[in-house]
Design a protein around this ligand. Structure first.
Ligand SMILES: CC(C)(COP(=O)(O)OP(=O)(O)OC[C@H]1O[C@@H](n2cnc3c(N)ncnc32)[C@H](O)[C@@H]1OP(=O)(O)O)[C@@H](O)C(=O)NCCC(=O)NCCS
Length: 164
């Protein structure tokens, strides 16, 4: 349900282990593959979007590396409330303030919803890393999820980008 006119409060989530545990509970893993390199949530800074009662609506993982900012994930605990979009707007502002000129996002081949969502947010498709998840499984984590949304095999990562 969308809460019209009420902007969530964006706050840092400094306890990286708590964020890690939250994502493990929600998704079983918090691995993020960017440009063929594997990260987990603790490599990023996390911000949460909260409602007036302090309930977490969504969280974003992001970092700035020189001119490029990476959006590791947005995850909506309460979908459809505009919280993820508020977080992306926040990350855009912060990353620009920290000197980044481009923001990149990543998702896996099975996640068609994220591809639609990110494009609605203003990202453009940029790079397909064919077999990057398969390579990660072979190299680092044989147990990384094999079946994703819509029962599709999880094999590749797709990166999107927007100018800041
Ligand atoms: C994708 C996701 C982050 C969207 O979060 P959300 O909090 O529901 O999004 P918002 O409420 O901010 O939605 C903002 C807009 O995006 C649209 N939107 C949200 N999910 C959408 C989807 N799956 N397909 C198409 N549009 C979508 C909303 O309709 C809304 O559009 P509007 O402003 O024109 O009304 C959420 O579904 C999610 O957490 N998915 C699982 C994790 C994930 O895949 N993350 C992305 C890759 S890391």
């Amino acid at each position: 349900m969308r809460t019209i006119g009420i902007q969530p409060a964006i706050r840092p989530m400094p306890d990286k282990d708590a964020v890690h545990q939250l994502l493990l509970r929600r998704w079983n893993d918090d691995c993020i593959i960017f440009g063929g390199r594997a990260y987990d949530s603790r490599d990023f800074q996390a911000h949460g979007a909260y409602d007036g009662e302090g309930m977490l609506l969504a969280l974003a993982l992001w970092l700035v590396r020189g001119k490029v900012a990476l959006l590791g994930a947005v995850d909506s605990v309460v979908p459809g409330a505009g919280a993820s979009s508020a977080l992306i707007a926040f990350v855009r502002r912060e990353a620009r303030a920290q000197g980044a000129t481009r923001l990149r996002a990543v998702t896996t081949n099975d996640n068609a919803a994220a591809l639609v969502y990110y494009q609605k947010q203003g990202f453009r498709l940029d790079t397909l890393f064919v077999g990057s998840v398969d390579a990660f499984r072979g190299r680092d984590n044989p147990n990384f999820r094999r079946v994703g949304f819509n029962g599709l095999p999880v094999r590749d990562t797709l990166e999107l980008e927007m100018e800041l």
